[in-house]
Design a protein around this ligand. Sequence first.
Ligand SMILES: Nc1nc2c(ncn2[C@@H]2O[C@H](COP(=O)(O)OP(=O)(O)OP(=O)(O)O)[C@@H](O)[C@H]2O)c(=O)[nH]1
Ligand SMILES: [Mg+2]
Length: 421
Amino acid sequence: MFDRTEIVVKAGDGGDGAVSFRHEKFVPFGGPDGGDGGNGGDGVIVADSGVTNLRIFKQKRLYRAVDGKDGKGNRRHGKKGEDLILKVPAGTVVSYKTQIGGDAYMADLEQPGQQVVVARGGKGGLGNTHFTSSTNQAPQIAQKGEVGEEHSIILELKLIADVGIIGYPNVGKSTLLAAASAAKPKIASYPFTTREPILGVAEVGRRSFVLAEIPGLIDGAHLGRGLGHDFLRHIVRTKTLIHLVDGSSASPVEDMIRVNAELNLFDSALAQKPQLVVVNKIDLPQVQARLDEIKDAFSSAGTTTLFISAATGEGVSEVMAETMKLLQSVHAEAGAGKKIPKKVFRPQPKGVGPSVHKEGDTFVVVAPELGRIFARTDITGPGARWQLESLLQRLGVSKALEKAGVKPGDRVRCGNLEWEW
Ligand SMILES: Nc1nc2c(ncn2[C@@H]2O[C@H](COP(=O)(O)OP(=O)(O)OP(=O)(O)O)[C@@H](O)[C@H]2O)c(=O)[nH]1
Ligand SMILES: [Mg+2]
């Protein structure tokens, strides 16, 4: 039920740009005609109404988009790599593993059609035609394709239930779920018996709704105490709540107030959800003896309550009938034709521009555009060397190096290229 899975998505690498020259009869040195490499395909996750669970993602871990093709001579550009499209159920929350550990939220694909690019394809490299200038008609350099992004992605399907049963541990949530549906949750006299949400289908007349037991909430749950946040997040999707309290507790009203305070601390929208407050365990003599007292305490807190014994089944069908009514009124309100627009989530653009730092005696240039330049000929050869220098000027790398204090004779490195300044 609690569906969560981790996959690795690798976007396609960009194809390399070509270094090539026209070969024509009687024209020994035609102009450059190296085509650009194609962009690598993106890794995309899309909510699709035809998919209901994340099971297929448990069989395979690595998913790859297609690489872009290399550019060729005769100005032929490489083909773009095909995007990788992964279909997930609506209601999937997408996050990614950060470098420093921990998860970072990316997108909540609530509606079919919503999508998020989780790994961007590498840009194709520029062919040598881009490196001509008035003084250089025979560029020997081109650009390598950029490596496609690779990310560990976490897919998590939020619980989709109409009604959540909430309350402190041990108040009888599982017992109520078992009494109202065919679900068979474990029932025991100690707290935190239920460790993940459990679903059941409750029937009222010819109608039905999905009921979920939300594992025990305690003080500090919003800080991760007890079973923590995870389940609070799952309540978000429910439309209404049955708030169950134990009639034999010292103060059932106090319990209700505290659980609601937790909900509010986690997300005030949760505390706004319509609730049906239900006092359980009225079969116990000590509860019977103080029914009026409990009723009065709740009404002074401004709450009307229903009374049940989940164990004997007394009052359970009334609670389900009331829940159905509450649900229908929520549906009626929501049904006012509100349409949520399709969203396309896009990752932030990367920062560009060259930067320089020193590693020992070597000046290291970090410049995404330049890091991918390669020379067909030996970099120390005069032709390529000269071309590289004019490119360094153009990209602002020379300026950055001079600012960092580079002197003739110093070692400079960028990507795979290393040369003397
Ligand atoms: N006498 C009586 N005992 C009940 C009733 N409902 C539940 N219990 C008992 O209370 C204890 C806890 O019941 P559960 O249904 O497991 O409670 P829970 O809220 O699901 O508990 P956790 O999942 O641990 O948070 C068990 O020993 C049940 O038998 C009731 O109506 N009357
Ligand atoms: Mg339980």
